[in-house]
Design a protein around this ligand. Structure first.
Ligand SMILES: O=C(O)CCC(=O)C(=O)O
Length: 198
C-alpha cells in the first residue's frame, strides 16, 4: 500500500465504551482508490442472494452478500490491499471480510448487532464504505438517548468495538434519493476454528 493512499482522517466518536467505542473515520481511503475497489468488487465478486424466514414466510434478504477468509491463498488483490489498510487503521488482525451490496435505496439491513459468537472477544469490527453514500442508524439497545444518523461516504470507515455489539444496534434503512449502489466491507476477527466454518 502506498502511504499516499492514507489521508489524515479526523475521527468522530459516536459512542464511548471501555474498548474503542464506535468511531466514524472519514476519508480513510482516497476517492480514486475507493472508486477502483468499488468497480472491481461490483464486477468480480460472486454476489449471493440469501433467504430468511420472516413471519413464517421465506423472503429475500434485501441486499446481496459475499464472504472471504482473508487467509485464502487466492484472495483478490483489492481485498489484500483493503485488509492491510483496515488492520492498520483499527489495530486489529482481521481475518474475515463480509461484503454487502446495496443495489439501490430499497436495499437495507434492519437494526441489529453483529453476532459475537465466534468473534475474538475485544477485537473491533471495521466497515469500509464504497460507492453511494448511505445512512447508518445507531441506537442504544436500552432505548435511552436518540438515534444517531451517520452518512457513510465512500472511503470512510466505521469502527465498532466488540463491546458495542452488546449495547448498540446499527442498521442501514431503505431510503429515497440514493445515488446508485453501495458496497460495504465488514472486516472481523474470527476465532481461527470458527473461521473455517464460515
Ligand atoms: O453496510 C453496512 O454499513 C452495515 C453492514 C452490517 O451491518 C453487517 O454486515 O452486519
Amino acid at each position: 500500500m502506498l502511504q499516499s493512499d492514507l489521508f489524515d482522517a479526523t475521527p468522530l466518536t459516536l459512542v464511548e465504551d471501555a474498548e474503542s467505542g464506535i468511531r466514524y473515520l472519514p476519508d480513510v481511503v482516497r476517492q480514486a482508490t475507493a472508486h477502483a475497489w468499488f468497480e472491481q468488487a461490483l464486477a468480480n465478486v460472486a454476489w449471493g442472494n440469501q433467504r430468511r424466514l420472516m413471519y413464517e414466510r421465506e423472503v429475500d434478504v434485501p441486499r446481496l452478500m459475499a464472504h472471504f477468509s482473508l487467509e485464502a491463498p487466492d484472495l483478490p488483490e483489492p481485498l489484500i490491499a483493503a485488509a492491510a489498510q483496515m488492520r492498520m487503521i483499527a489495530g486489529a488482525q482481521f481475518n474475515s471480510v463480509g461484503l454487502n451490496l446495496y443495489r439501490d435505496g430499497n436495499d437495507s439491513v434492519a437494526p441489529h448487532n453483529d453476532k459475537t459468537q465466534g468473534l475474538v472477544p475485544g477485537a473491533p469490527i471495521a466497515i469500509l464504505s464504497l460507492g453511494a453514500t448511505r445512512r447508518m442508524t445507531l441506537r442504544a439497545k436500552s432505548g435511552k438517548g436518540r438515534t444517531l444518523n451517520v452518512d457513510l461516504h465512500a472511503g470512510s470507515v466505521m469502527v465498532m468495538s466488540y463491546a458495542s455489539q452488546f449495547t448498540h444496534n446499527h442498521g442501514i434503512p431503505k431510503m429515497s434519493g440514493v445515488d446508485g449502489p453501495r458496497i460495504s466491507l465488514a472486516f472481523r476477527c474470527f476465532d481461527a476454528s470458527k473461521l473455517k466454518e464460515r
